[in-house]
Ligand binder design. Sequence first.
Ligand code: GAR
Length: 200
Amino acid sequence: MEVLINIAVLASGSGTNLQALIDAPDLGGDIGLVLSDRADATALDRARSAGIPTKVLPWDDYGSRSKFSIAIREEVEKRDVELVVLAGFMRVLGNELVGAFSNQILNIHPSLLPAFPGAHAVDQALEHGVKLTGVTVHFVDEEVDHGPIIAQRAVPVLSDDDRDSLHARLQVEEHDLYPKVVAALARGDITVEGRKVRWD
Ligand code: GAR
């Protein structure tokens, strides 16, 4: 029988990446929890529709990154989570969580890191006038959008692009790439040495 790893997805917004993970035919993992910092996140509706347990931890209830990160750690430890997948989770996590889940937390970001980290990557790529941008899946460390890079896909910027048109094309790549990375991790096909990530 196939062994499924236990996954928690953290999401703050619309959750289209969460949906891609839910719909993936061979994820190699079981999404046992969707956690959000926002009670109104559409991602939570997607989870409920798929029968996945949800949890809301409002940032304002904690007041510090450290307390917020401990609360998340407690939720994922309670459920024996082996992989934490950030899918549009717009809070920076502290060492209380990242240190306990070293190379077990993934993030997806709409740029070719290290270009344009942070919350406004698509706008910044357009403002900067780059001809090529893309998406990055990386392990999470304590710095914003910084940990070891697992996979990247390039996406050309078109002369008439605005934020919505470019983000839509980036998301096509995100939805294809993220489940593939999770599946490769679940199979044990990915190894990490410092910042270098190898696919076997
Ligand atoms: C995605 O495009 C993701 O790359 C981005 O938020 C969007 C969430 O979309 N994340 C970041 O910018 C992280 N720095 P979704 O809620 O539809 O999955």
